[in-house]
Design a protein around this ligand. Sequence first.
Ligand code: BMX
Ligand code: ZN
Length: 287
Amino acid sequence: MHTLAIDIGGTKIALGLVRNGQLIERTQLPTPKAQNAEQFAQVILTHADKWLPEINNVGVSTTGLVTKDGISAINPDTLAFPSPFPLAQALESLTNKPVAMLNDAQAAAWYEFKALGSTIDNMAFITVSTGVGGGVVIDRQLHQGNAGLAGHIGHTVIELDGPKCGCGQTGCVEAIASGTAIKKASDDYFFPHISNIDLFSLASKSQHAEAIIARSANAIAALCCNLKATLDLDIIVLGGGIGLATGYLDRVNKAIASRPGAFQVSVVAAKGNYDACLLGAAYQFKE
Ligand code: BMX
Ligand code: ZN
């Protein structure tokens, strides 16, 4: 079986050809502005045209809230979707293949849960990337909630007087820890501006670079302990461009180790690495 896997993030769209669960080819493009679902689907499929003759189905994982009517943004600063945004329907009519769609972090959570093996009952996946996304598996079931919102843990508030979040709240984890928040803090200090990749390289030499990264990692650690307190998770899996950057996971685990034992939880890197959401997109056709 061949699946066209599509992972739509706030910064880039990853595309993959997945055969029997294995990613055999991969490409990516910068996320275009989402004008309407047909135009967005066309742009994506143009980049996958050489695979289209052999695919049986299309699996999508996307940033945003996914309902049967389409995608909508919780934080439009991450990626603004005009409402409604029926992307699954547009992809289905353009490819004539079955399309399955989940929120990006929910899809990755289910993939990573299966990759962990049979000893785990309750876990969460957290992606620290353009935004901070999440998915939770409770009693071995992906928990989406009636509105599909479950797992949007980037929008839990950890600093009542913290920075404004694009979702409309103040002090969300995403407004403090995301790649976007890190870039904002870095741009306020470093001239000329530097990329987040360069910020991580600078951390061993610049206290300020280290402080910006540590603030993000500490916020993710607080989120992990909050999740442990709420859901008594067995493990948390971390992914995303920031989450998997060198030294980030260690910073998170160190910050967790300084908190009371009852709230500590072990945090591990995604087995799907940077492609956890892409593999999760295809995994919807596994069972
Ligand atoms: C935002 C939200 C989530 C998403 C998360 C990570 C939007 C558009 N997205 O919190 O649905 O899971 O970002 O998204 O509201 P990414 O773009 O960083 O992968
Ligand atoms: Zn928010």
